[in-house]
Write a protein that binds this ligand. Sequence first.
Ligand SMILES: *Cc1c(COP(=O)(O)O)cnc(C)c1O
Length: 306
Amino acid sequence: MTLIQDLGGYKGNHLWMKRDDLLPFSFGGNKARKAELFFQEIDTGEYDCVVTYGSGSSNHCRVVANECCRRGLGCHIISPEEEYEPTFNSRMMELFGAEITTVPVSHVHDTIEEKLNRLRASGKRPFFIEGGGHGNTGTEAYVNCYQEIAAYERAEAVRFDYIFFASGTGTTQAGLVCGQLLAGDDRMIIGISIARKNPYGRDVVLASIRSFLGDALPEDLIEQATIFIDDYTSGYGKEDRAVAETIGTVLKQYGIPLDPVYTGKAFAGMGAYIEKNSIREKNILFLHTGGTPLFFDALRKKSGNI
Ligand SMILES: *Cc1c(COP(=O)(O)O)cnc(C)c1O
């Protein structure tokens, strides 16, 4: 589904927004786009339950739990207890009947292994999805998104010079970059990191790109196309004044919800990047990656300052 909205002038440039937050299943977002492909695999295979992991505020876990629920598949979520506070996403995971196991973050890896082993030993056939929908399937979902963007450009005779978005595990970014490299296009794809620092954060994106493309393309092209900005990280979920202000402004001006963990940071980071690099008279696309339940979590907390 391609929904790209023309938002008009923005800091001397022209801004559009791709509304992946409005994808039709389970409040949309990039996790809904990724899950659609994972569940195509699950539906064609011999699986009867799903194991994944994420925090209590995870959009990924909400979407996976919802996909499992509609199919009557068991959903087993391993969650770090340090990050398991009640949120709209955790409430929905519970509503969808997911079995949530909270353990100290250092035990998450082993607990996943144990869970998979125990399920197999009892005759179950679990499908494992990495946190955040990481992996080649998740990357492919954003190659598809890139192709939707390119199709919009052809249809509307416009060209986006920049694409900005929130980068977490880097799968979204890897997909967009792979899409661009496979199409032979040239533009700035800029991931605004919401937590990870360089060089690690960018290295993970590069690894995802190489894993998806194999040896198909030269290394220098891949390096050049991968821009990972870590100036705007303040850690998962931390309140940040500039981000809160951005969320308020975007809601009032465009009627679009952003959240403090992902899209609010990315939008604030985009604005700062445009100013710092004196970008003018360019066509800019912001990819809205979803997270609407997190907007409501922030709205509920007065300290969110929205
Ligand atoms: C998970 C998430 C991201 C980050 O996506 P990655 O593919 O992990 O980089 C960005 N925005 C929202 C709303 C998310 O839920």
